[in-house]
Design a protein. Structure first.
Length: 190
């Protein structure tokens, strides 16, 4: 379940500490001497996401490459030692080709978490992602948006009214985060 909190402080570009895996193997001994395993805590990969608004207050959504009907906000991981804002600008350029001069940050909120489906780990250690969402004004022209990037993640993009976003476009494990994001940034229930 998403746990949105204010992202002041570290979201302003501070360095993100590298999470350290802490395996938990201890358990409680039962009457027979058996040990009940205690599950390891979930490690969340730091992640940034972009809610881009054009001058008509439509939002930019992009369709995942090769996944017809899977639309989402551009997002990506924060590299070790990288600040949140630096990661945000890097990811937006890598995924949709926008330069910082095409973007004005209006707001940011963090603490949105989701877990990957059971048994799936990112980079072998992360069981989910913790995101900071950036609400931005797009200052450029539509022709500035370029999906033909080195690591193409999207094959289409479009502007839509926030109320037209369909939760069925998002994988089930991300939907609760998207519901919180739409409530927190747009005051709407999805």
């Amino acid at each position: 379940m998403a746990q949105p909190v204010s992202s002041e402080g570290n979201a302003g570009g501070g360095v993100v500490p590298a999470p350290v895996p802490t395996p938990v193997t201890a358990g409680a001994a039962g009457a027979t001497g058996s040990v009940t395993p205690v599950p390891a805590p979930v490690l969340y990969r730091p992640n940034v996401a972009a809610i881009m608004l054009n001058m008509e207050n439509n939002i930019l959504v992009a369709q995942r490459a090769g996944l017809k009907g899977a639309w989402q906000f551009p997002q990506g991981g924060v590299d070790m030692g990288e600040g949140w804002d630096d990661a945000f600008f890097r990811e937006v350029e890598e995924e949709i080709g926008l330069k910082p001069e095409n973007i004005q940050i209006l707001d940011r909120k963090g603490g949105y978490r989701y877990e990957f489906p059971k048994g799936r780990l990112k980079y072998g250690v992360y069981g989910g992602q913790e995101q900071v969402y950036y609400l931005c004004r797009f200052l450029g022209r539509d022709t500035d948006i370029n999906l033909n990037t080195a690591h193409r993640e999207f094959d289409k993009w479009k502007w839509i009214k926030p109320e037209k976003f369909d939760m069925d476009w998002v994988p089930r494990f991300k939907r609760e985060v998207y519901r919180h994001v739409f409530r927190d940034f747009f005051g709407m229930e999805k």
